[in-house]
Write a protein that binds this ligand. Structure first.
Ligand code: FO1
Length: 311
């Protein structure tokens, strides 16, 4: 069984590769919920939905979030009522939020609703929100604003200088049912090439998570989200400095510290292998650019081989 700590798009592409290497039924993704927001009274879970849509093969191919063959009839009509429209919700995507919100209102926990949704999309990989409790990633900007992650990333396009990143509610959150067990029972724990600061950290900040990863007998293998000193996608290069981490493949490995047993960097960061191995973490360089599903599958196999195969 394989447990994957996962954020959004980078994790979705990695998971698509992993499902080509091992059966989806053997994979549990522990997914960040810090990006989640309520808009128009609907609960929206971008990372859970991106992974669901990717694994179901229905994700919007260019955007890599939201649905393919999408229309925005409802979003257009909402502007009539003054909706600023900076967070685009397509018609098909809205069905997911309507269903999720109705189920949550009936008292179903997010983990139960998430399992219903992924099964409805025919996804065999188990998706677990890291917690059923509210955790919200807040970006405190240098000009004194306290922004929801989506306001910072989508509305402000990650332009504001970041003073601090906070995870509101994390200290009081509990791991969702099955999360700690999945990590303790895993043959391999994988850290997807997600944003270390706003995707992986909000997972590890849930009390008990970091301890579970350390306690697990499974080797922990991560994939660098930084290639050639740059992000593949997103804004990690803007956030890593705010937490004192270097924007490099070796810098992210150092940021994860003693969590890792092994680290996979892109071929372009071959020179980082020695640096990482000097810290006692095994490292390999390979092609990590997962535009091609075959590359994603090969990357997943490399991770499993590095973990010692994992049964
Ligand atoms: N990203 C954008 O850049 N613009 C959007 O309007 C937008 C809407 C959106 C709606 C649903 C959803 O699940 C994701 C959406 N995203 C949008 C992406 C989202 O901001 C990121 O994928 C994650 O939060 C970061 O991984």
């Amino acid at each position: 069984m394989y447990a994957v700590l996962a954020g959004g798009v980078g994790a979705a592409r990695f998971l698509r590769g992993l499902t080509a290497a091992v059966p989806g039924e053997e994979i549990v993704a522990v997914v960040n919920v810090g990006d989640d927001l309520t808009l128009h009274g609907l609960r929206i879970c971008p990372d859970l939905d991106s992974i669901t849509y990717w694994l179901a093969g229905v994700v919007h191919p260019e955007q890599q979030w939201g649905r393919a063959d999408e229309r925005h009839t409802v979003a257009d009509e909402l502007r009539r009522f003054g909706d600023p429209g900076w967070f685009t919700l397509g018609d098909r995507d809205l069905a997911t939020h309507l269903h999720r919100t109705a189920r949550l209102r009936e008292g179903a926990p997010l983990s139960v609703v998430t399992d219903e949704i992924r099964r409805a999309f025919g996804v065999s990989t188990r998706l677990l929100p890291v917690t059923d409790d509210p955790v919200e990633t807040r970006i405190h900007t240098s000009d004194g604003r306290d922004l929801h992650f989506q306001e910072y990333w989508v509305r402000e396009r990650a332009r504001p200088q970041v003073a601090e990143i906070a995870f509101a509610g994390a200290a009081d959150a509990e791991p969702a049912p099955g999360v700690v067990e999945a990590i303790l029972d895993a043959d391999v724990v994988l850290v997807a090439p997600s944003n270390p600061v706003v995707s992986i950290d909000p997972i590890l900040r849930v009390p008990g998570l970091r301890a579970a990863v350390h306690q697990s007998p499974a080797p922990v293998v991560g994939v660098s989200p930084i290639v050639g000193g740059r992000v593949v996608r997103g804004m990690a290069h803007r956030l890593l400095p705010a937490v004192g981490a270097e924007v490099s493949a070796a810098g992210v490995a150092a940021y994860y510290g003693d969590l890792l047993d092994a680290w996979v960097v892109d071929d372009r960061d071959r020179d980082a292998v020695a640096t990482v191995e000097a810290t006692g973490v095994r490292a390999v360089a390979t092609d990590t650019m997962m535009d091609d599903p075959e590359v994603a599958a090969a990357l997943a196999r490399t991770c499993l081989a590095l973990a010692g195969g994992g049964s």
